[in-house]
Structure formats: structure tokens, C-alpha cells
Design a protein around this ligand. Structure first.
Ligand SMILES: *Cc1c(COP(=O)(O)O)cnc(C)c1O
Ligand SMILES: [Zn+2]
Length: 483
């Protein structure tokens, strides 16, 4: 067995900044701790206090363009894979590994498109709602943005195997990076019966070692942490701070598509809260660098059946508090959850999570971006998903929470009808065909089996197949009738 010695906890923390030697380093997000670690240490938590780690840069010693428009020069150099990559053409804003060593499979070729139909559905004026299609990534979800970054770090420290727990998309992404680059072996952990076929088929087809355990995502997550520590396997879940660096670039591309204008709102589904955390960090850094003049607001949308963030933030006032969060509030909440045996359950399997691993970073992002949290039902999610699909490029259920959440926030008057809103469509339509077909089906049994059990009662926007006898006249009659 070959493993990277750096993975086995031989690193050490120092009170002093190490930025004297390297302008990029890792730092504990707890302001009471602030322990720092070298960039080549592999950790998923602070050794001193257990909180999450950030990748931090000493910007004064780095070469950062004086305006975001300077990144447009990369468009002319697209024959260089690092300029083609929607992640690495922004390398100057995530320079933790030299750009030549960064791994790319062409991630981040994604689009920001206005949608009239979805704007109308959400109650926004035409042109005010834009969809960021992260399903166009190589493995079909936004996870590739983070994976290219984590993978680059893994290669940098000499890892030979990488692991993750996954509701499906992280494993699909890891498996793809491993199979395309041949740099590492993928080990993925999934809960039993919790993964959609679209996602599972990717991991299997790409040849990842797939470990199915008896439990849900949170169980798989707990196990993969233990296993990767014991065996020295590099962990690529979003507790990995390098992954979030890659996910910052989703926001850079949104700005790029808006010709570097900051939108009023970013609306994103919340699962493990890696995206929302990364987006907050992206804007915070740009603001501190003087590259944007204002911060957008952030809305994180939970599913009703997986509403930890909503409960903590909106009901129990769990706040970052400028770096002094009342962590007991979260501990108490999780104790209650366990005592009552409450487990997350939603059709939006990508956000079916009890204990979001990036909780503390997310409440920090909510403070930085004057954010709000809402929850939407599976019914609202599927109706919104159907509207997205009818408008063109479709999405998977979890992604549509952003649209359903926008509609809710407009109806509450929190988002004004003239505000410019960007909804992140996190995953591709083909990831979960079971949910889509069940919504549009005429087969009541199938509808009930897949959706009825989740409290979904109707499919207001169903596009039902028309059953016609195999007879030319009947077919022509049906087409005349329905078109
Ligand atoms: C992973 C995932 C999410 C959840 O994102 P977090 O960053 O964990 O909050 C949402 N939608 C899709 C499609 C995903 O794959
Ligand atoms: Zn710490």
C-alpha cells in the first residue's frame, strides 16, 4: 500500500503565520483560535479546536489583476487548457498550487441564461431572473468546480487514492477525475438506496471502488472520515477547504456573464453548505481586494425534509456573530435530532442531509452577504423543476429548490420584482430521471410510489405522454387535437 506521509497527521500547527514563506496557507475559521497550517498539510479540521479550515492568501505578495475585466484576456488563450477551464482561468484568485500543476478536465464551461418563463413563475420582471447552469460540467454537476481544485491539491501532496461520501454527485465527479486523469484511485461511500441511478451509474461506469453502507449520507460521511484517516486516503468532501476554493469560481463566472456587475441576489440550494460558504468567501475576497464595490445578498434554500440550516438560522437565531457564534445552539439542535431519531427525507436527494459539514462557514457567509434561509416542500421543488425544464436546459430536483425559494422570497416581499436574481442550477436534468418521469407520468401507481410517499399530491405542470393506438388515423387525430 502506498500512501502519502503528509496525510497521516504528521503536520503541526503554529501560532505564527507561515505566510513569511508561502503566501497561501490554511487557517482555522474560529477567530478565537486562528491556528494556521502549511498549504501542503492535509486536514479536514483544525487540530487545535476542531473547527473548519480556510485557504487564506497574503494578497499583497501575490499578483492579482487590478480589475476583473483583466480575466477576459484569458478568452484569447483558450488553446491553453488552464485558460479554457472555467476554474483555472481564475487561478489568480485561488493560487494555492502553481497553475501548471492544476488538474483540469474542462470543467466550468457553464452558462448564465435569463429565463422569461421561470422569471414569470417566480414573480420577477422579465430579464431579472437568471439561471446558472452548472449541470453543464463534465460530470453533470457543479461538484467538478470543487473537484478540480481538491484534486490539484491531492496531486500536489502526492496522494494516490481519494475518497468521498456522497449523495451521488461528488462521487460521480471524483470517479470522473480519477478515470480521465489516471492520477488517483477513487473510493466512494454511499448510503443504501439513497442514490439516484443517474449518479450511481456514473461512479460504476468510471470504475470507482464503490462502498455501499447500510445508512444515510451522514453515516457514510462519518465512516469515510475514519477510513481516510486510518488508511491515509485523501478526502474530497466539502470539509476539504481546497474544494471550496474551486467552487468560488462559479461566482466569478456569474460576474463575468454579467459583465462584472454584482447581482442583487444569489439563490442556492443548501445541503452540506459548501457552495453557500464558497460563494460568501468569493465575494468577501473580491470586496476586500477592491474588485467589486458591493456584496450581493445570499439566499440558501433547504428542503422541508432536510431543514437543519433553516431551523438553526431562522428559528433559533444561530449566527456567526462576527466570529463568536453560540456553538451550543447547534450542539443542542443535533442532540434533539438524535434523541427524536429525526432523519432527513426529501426527493431532492442531493440536499438530503442532517448535519451540514460546512455549517459554521455558511453562517459566516450569511453574515457577510446579509443572507436569508428558507425551506421549500418537495411539491414546490418539483413544480419549480418542471418550470425550469419547460424553459430549456433542465435540472435535477435539488437544483430547483433555488427557483422555488426565489418564488417564496418574492411572495414574501423579501426579493423585489425588479431585483436581479441568479439561481444556481447545481445538477443536470438527467441525474434523476426517476423523479422527472414520475412527475410527468399518467401512471398513478408510479406517481404514488415515487412522489406520493413524499407528500407530493399533484403535478400542476406535468407534460403527460398521450397514449394512442398504433393506427395512423388515430395518431394524426391525436396530434391535431393536442398541438
Ligand atoms: C451537492 C449538491 C448540492 C448541495 O450543495 P452543498 O454545497 O453541499 O450545499 C445541491 N445540488 C446538487 C445537485 C448537488 O450535487
Ligand atoms: Zn482552531
Amino acid at each position: 500500500m502506498q500512501s502519502c506521509p503528509k496525510l497521516l497527521g504528521q503536520g503541526f500547527w503554529r501560532e505564527q503565520k507561515i505566510s513569511q514563506t508561502n503566501p497561501a496557507y490554511q487557517q482555522c475559521i474560529s477567530l478565537a483560535c486562528k491556528a494556521t497550517y502549511d498549504i501542503d498539510e492535509v486536514r479536514v479540521a483544525c487540530q487545535k479546536c476542531g473547527d473548519l479550515l480556510d485557504v487564506v492568501y497574503d494578497w499583497d505578495r501575490l499578483r492579482v489583476p487590478s480589475s476583473l475585466a483583466a480575466f477576459e484576456q484569458k478568452w484569447a488563450q483558450r488553446s491553453d487548457p488552464h485558460c479554457l477551464s472555467g476554474v483555472w482561468r481564475f487561478h489568480d484568485l485561488l493560487p494555492f498550487v502553481p497553475v501548471e500543476q492544476c488538474v483540469t478536465v474542462g470543467e466550468g464551461q457553464t452558462l448564465l441564461l435569463p429565463s422569461e418563463g421561470v422569471a414569470k413563475y417566480a414573480g420577477l420582471r422579465p430579464g431579472r431572473l437568471l439561471l446558472q447552469y452548472e449541470g453543464m460540467n463534465p460530470s453533470g454537476s457543479f461538484k467538478d468546480n470543487g473537484m478540480s481544485a481538491a484534486f490539484s491539491h491531492a496531486r500536489f501532496v502526492g496522494a494516490t487514492r481519494a475518497a468521498c461520501a456522497s449523495t451521488g454527485n461528488t462521487s460521480a465527479s471524483l470517479a470522473l477525475y480519477c478515470s480521465v486523469t489516471r492520477l488517483m484511485k477513487a473510493v466512494i461511500f454511499i448510503g443504501s438506496g439513497k442514490i439516484s441511478y443517474g449518479k450511481l451509474s456514473q461512479a460504476l461506469d468510471f470504475g470507482a471502488l464503490t462502498v455501499q453502507i447500510n445508512g444515510d449520507f451522514d453515516d457514510a460521511m462519518a465512516r469515510v472520515k475514519e477510513v481516510s484517516q486510518q488508511l491515509g486516503i485523501y478526502l474530497v468532501n466539502s470539509v476539504n477547504p481546497f474544494r471550496l476554493e474551486g467552487q468560488k469560481t462559479i461566482m466569478y463566472r456569474v460576474l463575468e456573464a454579467l459583465r462584472w456587475e454584482v447581482p442583487d441576489w444569489i439563490v442556492v440550494p443548501g445541503g452540506n453548505l459548501g457552495n453557500s460558504s464558497a460563494f460568501g468567501k468569493a465575494f468577501r475576497e473580491l470586496h476586500q481586494l477592491g474588485l467589486i464595490d458591493r456584496m450581493p445578498r445570499l439566499a440558501v434554500i433547504n428542503a422541508t425534509g432536510a431543514d437543519t440550516l433553516y431551523e438553526l438560522v431562522e428559528k433559533r437565531e444561530f449566527r456567526w456573530n462576527h466570529g463568536s457564534p453560540d456553538l451550543d445552539k447547534a450542539v443542542r439542535y443535533f442532540d434533539e435530532m438524535d434523541a427524536q431519531h429525526r432523519r432527513a427525507s426529501t426527493i431532492a436527494s442531493a440536499i438530503e442531509i442532517n448535519r451540514p459539514v460546512n455549517l459554521n462557514k455558511c453562517i459566516r457567509a450569511l453574515e457577510w452577504c446579509d443572507g436569508v434561509v428558507r425551506k421549500v416542500s418537495d411539491q414546490q421543488i418539483l413544480d419549480a423543476k418542471a418550470r425550469v425544464g419547460a424553459g430549456g436546459l433542465g435540472c435535477e430536483p435539488a437544483s430547483a429548490a433555488s427557483v422555488a425559494g426565489t418564488k417564496l422570497l418574492v411572495s414574501e416581499g423579501v426579493i423585489g420584482p425588479d431585483e436581479r436574481v441568479v439561481c444556481i442550477l447545481t445538477g443536470h436534468q438527467l441525474k434523476d430521471p426517476t423523479a422527472t418521469v414520475a412527475y410527468h407520468t399518467t401512471d398513478q401507481d408510479q406517481f404514488n410510489k415515487v412522489l406520493g410517499s413524499r407528500g407530493v399530491r399533484r403535478a400542476a405542470f406535468a407534460n403527460r405522454a398521450v397514449a394512442v393506438p398504433n393506427n395512423l388515423d388515430e395518431i394524426i387525430k391525436a396530434i391535431r387535437l393536442y398541438s
